[in-house]
Design a protein around this ligand. Structure first.
Ligand SMILES: Nc1nc2c(ncn2[C@@H]2O[C@H](COP(=O)(O)OP(=O)(O)OP(=O)(O)O)[C@@H](O)[C@H]2O)c(=O)[nH]1
Ligand SMILES: [Mg+2]
Ligand SMILES: [Zn+2]
Length: 338
C-alpha cells in the first residue's frame, strides 16, 4: 500500500494542532468535572455505550432510555458496545465512572498508524462487500484475518445483488463458492429486490454483530431496511447527542427487535492490518491453518520447504490458488522479512 509522504514541517504542524486540541479537550473535561462535582449524582447503575461523539458518549440504561454522558478522566478510551457503570446528573445527562472488562475490542489503524478502538464486545463481524464498489477477495481476506484473530465469527455479505449482470456474475459466483467451501456463511442481499434479509436476521439473532466494509457498500441501508422504524431512533440519538443529524461518522449500536445487537460502522477507503505477525496471518486463513500442523518441519514457512502440507494441499486443489496468493501477498505487505 502506498504510504502518504508528509514533510517534517507538516508533521510538526499536525502535532501542534493535535496538542492544542488535546489541551482544549482536557480543559473542557476538567470544567465539566468541576460542574459535576457541584451536583448531586444519582446512584451508580449499569448501561451500555451506544455511540461515542468524542466529548460526549450516549449511554443506554437498562430501560432503553438514552443519556448524554461525559466520562471521568483516566478511564481510557470508551467505545460503542462497552458496558459501563454511570450516574445520572441531570434529566438526560450523566457521568460514566467505570468500564466493565471487554470480551473483545475491534480496532483499526487510524492516523499515523496508531490503533483506534472501534467497538467492544463483538461476537460477529459482518464483512459487507457489494457489486458497486466491486468486491475484492484481498480486502475480504484481510477482514477475515482480523476477525479470526479477535476472535469473532465472520460472515460475508455480498450486497446490491440487484446489480448482477452477465459481466460480474462469474466474480460473485466465485466469491460465494470459494468462501462457502471454506466454511464461511455467505449472504447475498439487496434492499432494492428485498433479498437476503430473513437469512441476515437469523444470523444476527442473540448476537452482537458489527457491519464493516468500504464506504458506500450499503451498510447503513441494510440497517434501515432491517428496521424501518429506525428513523425515530436516529432522531432520538441526534436529540440526545445535540449533534444534529446522525451520519455514519462514528460507530453506532442498534438493538434488533428480534433480540441481538447490530453496530453500524463508518466506511473506510481501505482496511490494513497492524501489529500483525506471520502467525496471526496464518491463523486468519483457517483452511491453511488446518494443514500447517502436518508440515514436516515445525518452523515451516510454507514457501518451498520439502513435505510442506500447505503446498501439497495447494497442489491437490484443497486450497484455492486465490487464497494462497492472498496469504503470500499479506505476509509480504504486513510482515517485515528478516
Ligand atoms: N443498487 C443498490 N444500491 C444500494 C443498495 N443498498 C444501498 N445502495 C446505495 O448505495 C449507496 C451507499 O449506501 P450506504 O448505506 O450509505 O452505504 P454505507 O456502507 O453505509 O456507507 P458509509 O456510511 O460511507 O460507510 C446509497 O446510494 C444507497 O442507496 C442495494 O441493495 N442496491
Ligand atoms: Mg453508513
Ligand atoms: Zn509448510
Amino acid at each position: 500500500m502506498a504510504k502518504r509522504r508528509i514533510s517534517d514541517q507538516q508533521k510538526r504542524r499536525i502535532e501542534n494542532i493535535q496538542q492544542k486540541r488535546r489541551e482544549k479537550a482536557s480543559k473542557n473535561l476538567a470544567l465539566k468535572e468541576q460542574q459535576l462535582s457541584g451536583q448531586t449524582l444519582g446512584a451508580e447503575q449499569p448501561g451500555q455505550i451506544i455511540t461515542n461523539f468524542g466529548q460526549s458518549l450516549i449511554v443506554e440504561d437498562t430501560n432503553k432510555n438514552l443519556f448524554r454522558c461525559v466520562a471521568r478522566q483516566n478511564l481510557g478510551s470508551i467505545v460503542c458496545g462497552d458496558h459501563v457503570i454511570w450516574q445520572q446528573s441531570q434529566d438526560n445527562e450523566g457521568v460514566i465512572v467505570a468500564v466493565e472488562p471487554r470480551s473483545s475490542l475491534l480496532q483499526k489503524p487510524g492516523f499515523g498508524g496508531k490503533l483506534k478502538p472501534m467497538a467492544a464486545n463483538i461476537d460477529q463481524i459482518i464483512i459487507v462487500s457489494s457489486l458497486q464498489p466491486e468486491p475484492s477477495s484481498y480486502l475480504i481476506d484481510r477482514y477475515l484475518v482480523a476477525a479470526e484473530n479477535l476472535p469473532a465469527t465472520p460472515i460475508i455479505l455480498l450486497n446490491k445483488i440487484d446489480l448482477i449482470n452477465e459481466q460480474n456474475r462469474p466474480l460473485i459466483d466465485s466469491i460465494e463458492n470459494e468462501y462457502t467451501r471454506i466454511g464461511y456463511k455467505v449472504i447475498k442481499a439487496s434492499k432494492i429486490i428485498d433479498h437476503g434479509f430473513d437469512q441476515l436476521l437469523t444470523a444476527l439473532k442473540q448476537k452482537t454483530s458489527i457491519f464493516v466494509g468500504l464506504s458506500g457498500v450499503g451498510k447503513s441501508s441494510l440497517i434501515n431496511h432491517l428496521m424501518p422504524e429506525l428513523n425515530i431512533r436516529t432522531g432520538e440519538l441526534s436529540e440526545a447527542s445535540g449533534e444534529g443529524t446522525h451520519t455514519t461518522t462514528s460507530s453506532t449500536l442498534y438493538t434488533l427487535p428480534c433480540g441481538g445487537q447490530l453496530i453500524d460502522s463508518p466506511g473506510v477507503r481501505d482496511f490494513g492490518l497492524w501489529n500483525t505477525t506471520a502467525e496471526d496471518i496464518l491463523y486468519g486463513f483457517k483452511e491453511l491453518r488446518e494443514f500447517s500442523g502436518q508440515c514436516k518441519f515445525s518452523n515451516c514457512a510454507h514457501q518451498s520447504e520439502p513435505d510442506c502440507a500447505i503446498l501439497q494441499a495447494l497442489q491437490d486443489e484443497k486450497i484455492s490458488p486465490q487464497r494462497f496468493a492472498n496469504y503470500r501477498k499479506m505476509l509480504a505487505e504486513y510482515v517485515a522479512t528478516v
